[in-house]
Design a protein around this ligand. Structure first.
Ligand code: PGA
Length: 259
């Protein structure tokens, strides 16, 4: 596991974008796993800048998003479909046909159909040659995607019932009305995420320091789903100084070398 501590959010996201751009340049038809949330926003901004100013070409890139709420139309401002289009896709030259986000419109009363849909989603990642890189944020409780503490570390893409805590945390995006927060989501599983050739996990700010400490230096446990990155052959954690402030080991601020 490679841990890179950067001075602040801006430097963290620039370094992450640099890692991603290297993959896109070396393998123009690569497959990227993408994430939503406030953490990757700066990464997407920098990738858009690279596209506009440096001609970084996304035309052959395939993307798969980690997760999506169930029950929000793709046009809903809080849907991850909307987020991805608004913050990245509409600004770069990705081919619409190569973009994949779990459907938000599955029927929760038909669980067999949802299982089939989730299997199909995973099948698409395999058909695309598997993920070259999976970008991840982390929750203050160590969650990745909607894999909350206690999620099986071998889990695949599936429907999850959101915890009360997650719904309360996310109510701020829904007019502070928890009743508007979806109850279910589809998320890639921890097992799915681990199959990516590179796992790139980002965190910034003091509120993530404990989660990063447990992820990097604590025991591997389902109670901290992100801690499984310790088992990955090529996990890169890029954090800012605040998120890295509880780490015991001294990690250099160095430029990552993927090999
Ligand atoms: P954040 O969310 O980037 O908005 O902090 C991360 C997550 O919950 O996975």
């Amino acid at each position: 596991m490679l841990i890179v501590v950067k001075k602040n959010y801006d430097e963290m996201t620039k370094e992450a974008a640099r890692v991603i751009s290297e993959i896109v340049r070396e393998k123009p038809s690569c497959t990227l796993g993408l994430a939503t949330g406030s953490t990757p926003l700066g990464v997407y901004k920098e990738l858009i800048r690279m596209y506009k100013e440096e001609g970084l070409d996304f035309s052959k890139v395939t993307t798969f998003n980690l997760d999506e709420y169930i029950g929000l139309a793709p046009s809903h401002q809080q849907s991850y479909h909307y987020f991805m289009h608004d913050n990245l896709f509409k600004h770069i030259n990705l081919d619409e046909r190569f973009i994949h986000i779990p459907s938000s419109m599955v029927d929760v009363s038909d669980i067999n159909r949802i299982h089939k849909y989730c299997d199909w989603y995973e099948e698409q990642t395999r058909k695309a040659g598997g993920m070259d890189l999976q970008l991840l944020g982390i929750g203050v409780n160590g969650h990745i995607g909607f894999n909350e503490p206690g999620s099986s570390l071998g889990a695949r893409t599936r429907i999850k019932t959101l915890t009360q805590k997650t719904r309360e945390d996310n109510a701020r995006f829904f007019n502070n009305d928890i009743d508007q927060v979806p109850k279910y989501a589809i998320t890639m599983g921890v097992g799915t995420i681990l199959e990516s050739r590179i796992v790139l996990l980002l965190a910034s700010g003091k509120q993530k320091a404990e989660a990063i400490k447990m992820t990097a230096e604590g025991p591997i446990t389902a109670m901290v789903p992100a801690s499984i990155v310790q088992m990955h052959r090529k996990a890169i954690l890029i954090v800012d100084e605040e998120a890295g402030s509880l780490l015991d080991m001294q990690y250099e601020q160095f430029v990552t070398d993927l090999e």
